[in-house]
Design a protein around this ligand. Sequence first.
Ligand code: ZN
Length: 161
Amino acid sequence: MEAWQQCAESAITLAAPSQPQEEACTTALAITKALRARVRQVWRLPWENNWKEVWWRLLQHGVVAAGGHGWPMKWGTACPCGWQHSAASPRAAQALQLREHVFWTCTGASAIRRAIQHNLPGSVQLLPRHVWLLEQPCQTVRNEVWNVVRVPSCTECHVKS
Ligand SMILES: [Zn+2]
C-alpha cells in the first residue's frame, strides 16, 4: 500500500508540480483507497497475467529498468531517447524520476499517450493518474473499457523505452 501511495503522489505531482505537497498527499491517499477496487477489476479480466504484470509492477515500483526497487540508471548512462536523471538527486529520487520518464515522458510513452488522448473527448486531458492508477478520465469512458485500454499500454511503454 505504501508503494501505491508513492505511485499516486508521483502521478499527481508529475501533472501539477506546483501543487502543495500536503494537498498532493491527501489526494494520493484518496486515490490509493479507491485503487483496491480497480486492482480487483483488473485481476478479474480474462487475460494472460503477463499483460497485467507491468502495470502491477508499476504500482509496486518494481519495474526493472524503470526505477523499480529503487534502482536508478547506472551512473553516466542515458535512456535511448537521450534523457538522464538529475545527477544531483538522491538515488531514491533518481529511481522515481526514471519511473516517471519511462511511463510518461519518454518518446515511446509520449506516442502512446498521444494516441489515447486523440481518442478522448476534446476537453479531457489525459493525466498520469488516469494511466497509472486507472482512474476514468471522464464519465463517458466506462471503467471496464478504460482498464482494457490502459493496462496493456503500460507494457507497451516499458517495451518502447
Ligand atoms: Zn527515454
